[in-house]
Design a protein around this ligand. Structure first.
Ligand code: SF4
Ligand code: SF4
Length: 74
């Protein structure tokens, strides 16, 4: 059974520090060209299928804006 990961970034918690795209070994996350409610360029998911569920991004985020969920796919 394959493992599928869901990466959720709460864009309005993000302060645009850029740590998570640097932490991701699979380039799943990039910084958006748009701003959030706080006026920051926020992080967003650009290649979800590449995610290996390592959670480096979530551990790195100082604002706890990222959550990773695992789903089982047939
Ligand atoms: S869990 Fe790992 S591979 Fe997935 S987005 Fe976060 S850092 Fe990247
Ligand atoms: S580490 Fe957190 S605050 Fe920093 S860019 Fe990523 S989601 Fe935003």
């Amino acid at each position: 059974m394959a493992r599928v990961f869901q990466v959720t970034i709460d864009k309005n918690r993000c302060k645009g520090c850029g740590l998570c795209p640097n932490a991701c070994p699979k380039q799943v996350i990039a910084m958006s060209k748009e701003i959030n409610d706080k006026g920051y360029f926020y992080a967003h998911v650009v290649d979800l299928p590449a995610c290996i569920g390592c959670r480096f991004c979530a551990f790195m985020c100082p604002d706890v804006a990222i959550s990773i969920a695992q789903e089982d796919a047939a």
